[in-house]
Design a protein around this ligand. Structure first.
Ligand SMILES: [Zn+2]
Length: 189
């Protein structure tokens, strides 16, 4: 699968990556909006890895220009207090952004972008925190496909339909997961 990725990253100054095919943004550093301009409208899901300022100073402008009912969806490490503070500030400073959803994630959690593509949060140690507290994470973009189990290859459509009706889809199919992209968020994880 070919992905169209626009991005920028220089440590301390700014990091952001836009994956056009899935309307996906990883981090939102400075210069994001000046670079993407109208294309930023295509971002439906923004995943922020941590609250270091070089990863989120473009977020307010991204949000205030693109907020509409139910969008964008902004995901962040669940125990990072900077994001609820930013949400509160954003809502007061730009009252028209009320449609934005701010959503905490814990490592291992999966967000489906469509029925065969998901983003999974991966624990990393970039922001030191106690066991069970999550202040930074990376993300994996994963393609999920269903493949017929080998023991059912050769059965007719009718036979397969009967088996599915009796036992469900998972009885005849096995799930194949392919990582399309990993975003490690300032770590080698
Ligand atoms: Zn950092």
């Amino acid at each position: 699968m070919q992905l169209s990725i626009t991005g920028y990253s220089t440590a301390l100054f700014s990091t952001w990556y836009f994956v056009e095919e899935f309307g996906l943004l990883f981090d939102a550093g400075d210069g994001l909006m000046a670079s993407l301009m109208q294309k930023s409208r295509k971002v439906s899901h923004a995943f922020i890895s941590h609250a270091d300022r070089d990863h989120l100073t473009g977020l307010l402008q991204f949000n205030q220009l693109n907020a509409r009912p139910g969008l964008p969806l902004i995901y962040y490490p669940a125990n990072c207090g900077s994001f609820p503070a930013l949400e509160d500030f954003s809502n007061r400073f730009d009252p028209h952004v009320a449609g934005t959803k701010w959503l905490p994630l814990v490592p291992g959690e999966e967000v489906w972008l469509r029925n065969d593509i998901l983003v999974k949060a991966i624990k990393n140690g970039h922001v030191p925190s106690a066991e069970g507290i999550f202040k930074s994470c990376g993300y994996k973009l994963v393609q999920v496909r269903k493949k017929l189990k080998p023991e059912f290859i050769g059965l007719s459509g009718t036979e397969l339909r009967q088996l599915t009706e009796q036992h469900g889809q998972d009885f005849i199919n096995t799930e194949i997961r392919t990582t399309l992209l990993g975003y490690s968020g300032d770590t080698p994880v």
